[in-house]
Design a protein around this ligand. Structure first.
Ligand SMILES: *Cc1c(COP(=O)(O)O)cnc(C)c1O
Length: 482
């Protein structure tokens, strides 16, 4: 398997899975993709149906990472996907499944289900990939005798998923910036209560955008970055995307009895990382009917899938919503899909994403490329605060199931795309406790709290407050990496 950039740099060069694992963008600013998608045969699909999650993950990942010896990869996936790691299940009986499928009921002539992806240590789907990344990073760094200092900014989900994945890992430190006193008490406690010596929580006196700007400023100091071995774990990381492919297969097997059936998935989307994995699963041959992209008020992606116009927003035009993990101004993984949509033509991708930088977007309606979107199964919809409150209430009343705000956006949009005879699977991206304020608004009761999190707000917290200043952050990092 060789990896190429969506913008065409380095054609003819060799990039293995391990080569791109620790990096971010390709050197031309593009995103890495395999030179071709591995195909799953009918025999393989039949055999995979019965596999436990960890072994299914092994079978899928080995098609993308042929430079890691099979026995090592199998050990890594078995260590990652255990009932001990994904232990925050709502129903104990499901613990071994890692991503249980919960059927709500029949709507529109087919089962409507939730694929539970948020039973991991931080109660959001990002744990599904990040836990594997932690083990892969540790493995690869040890092999090459290297170390890595991860620098990131978070408003909640990504930062805590990264910290829980990297805690205690050899050769890795995490420096995570978050806006001082701006996160919920629960999310703050999740991150700041970690006492591992390789995890550094830095509370910046500013807002989330300030944190992100500091990360950019530090990353643009190439000398510092190289000297301090700074890396990131953001959503464009290829290994994160490919790890997410696994649960589309797992969800398909849980929702069907035979491989002649088709299913649709609805995916609450922000940076397009999660649904990009669904696209890849489909390209590998998984029988997927529709991939439904659900957005919130920040509807960059819904606009594209309705009109063919991709128009990124300024950060001042980005709304702060009650499904905050989908509050994006542009979708950083979208370029991977555009590459496939345009028949893998890197020159055109380069031009289009130059247009994004220079003109704020592009229009594929006029060129006729947009017509091909349906060949890839994509449709979309958007949800507002009122929609999500109504949906949380409705799902609770009808099905006795409490869902979080992001999943509610998914259910709302899924209901607009039901087809008789085709099971609809909504990806559950977080547990309700993470977004308790909206649960209280919708249901006038407290969100469900997994047992492991009782009293987490009272634990001692470990964090450092720093001013909104990139130089201070650099000095902090440098002192701790000596
Ligand atoms: C990150 C996140 C999303 C968006 O996922 P993308 O891969 O960025 O599209 C949706 N819901 C929750 C709860 C998240 O944490």
């Amino acid at each position: 398997m060789n990896y190429i950039s969506t913008r065409g740099a380095g054609i003819g060069e060799r990039h293995t899975f391990s080569d791109i694992l620790l990096g971010g963008l390709a050197k031309d600013g593009g995103l890495y993709l395999p030179n071709e998608y591995p195909k799953v045969s009918a025999d393989e699909l039949a055999r995979w149906r019965a596999l436990p999650y960890a072994d299914l993950a092994f079978e899928i990942l080995r098609k993308f990472s042929d430079d890691i010896p099979d026995e090592d990869l199998r050990e890594l996936t078995r260590r990652t996907y255990t009932a001990q790691v994904y232990c925050n299940v709502r129903d104990e009986e499901n613990a071994a499944q890692i991503t249980p499928l919960k059927t709500l009921g029949v709507e529109g002539g087919a089962p409507l289900s939730l694929l539970e992806l948020s039973n991991g240590p931080t109660l959001a789907f990002k744990d599904m990939a990040m836990q594997l990344l932690g083990n892969l990073f540790e493995y690869t760094l040890a092999k090459h005798g290297q170390t890595l200092n991860i620098l990131g900014a978070t408003s909640g989900d990504t930062g805590s998923a990264a910290e829980y994945a990297m805690r205690g890992k050899k050769g890795i430190r995490v420096f995570m910036l978050s806006p001082h006193k701006k996160m919920s008490a629960f999310q703050t406690a999740q991150m700041y209560s970690l006492q591992d010596p390789n995890i550094f929580n830095i509370a910046i006196e500013g807002v989330f955008d300030d944190c992100q700007d500091i990360v950019k400023a530090v990353s643009n100091d190439h000398a510092f970055k190289a000297q301090q071995k700074i890396g990131t774990v953001n959503s464009i990381n290829w290994a994160r995307v490919v790890a997410q492919v696994v649960y589309y297969f797992k969800g398909y097997f849980a929702a069907t009895k035979s491989n002649d059936e088709r299913v649709s998935f609805t995916v609450p989307s922000g940076n397009f990382g999660n649904v990009c994995a669904g696209h890849i699963a489909r390209m590998m041959g998984l029988p997927v009917e529709k991939l439904v992209v659900a957005t919130n008020e920040n509807d960059v992606l819904d606009e594209f899938f309705r009109t063919g116009i991709y128009r990124v927003r300024k950060s001042s035009e980005t709304y702060h919503t009650s499904s905050p993990s989908m509050d994006i101004s542009k979708a950083s993984n979208f370029e991977r899909f555009v590459f496939d949509l345009l028949g893998r033509d890197p020159k055109r991708v380069l031009q289009l994403f130059r247009d994004v930088e220079e003109k704020g977007g592009f229009d594929l309606q006029a060129s006729g490329d947009f017509a091909r979107v349906q060949e890839f199964g994509f449709v979309s919809g958007r949800s507002s605060h009122d929609d999500r409150v109504d949906t949380i209430r409705d799902v609770f009343e009808q099905y006795d199931t409490m869902i979080d705000t992001h999943t509610a956006d998914g259910v709302k949009v899924a209901r607009e795309h039901l087809q008789a005879g085709i099971p609809m699977i909504v990806l559950e991206t977080a547990q309700p406790i993470k977004f308790g304020e909206t649960i209280r608004e919708a249901l006038e009761r407290e969100p469900e709290r997994p047992a492991a999190f009782s009293g987490i707000e009272d634990l001692p917290q470990r964090f450092e407050v720093l001013g909104n200043d990139a130089e201070r952050v650099k000095a902090f990092v440098a002192e701790r990496t000596r």
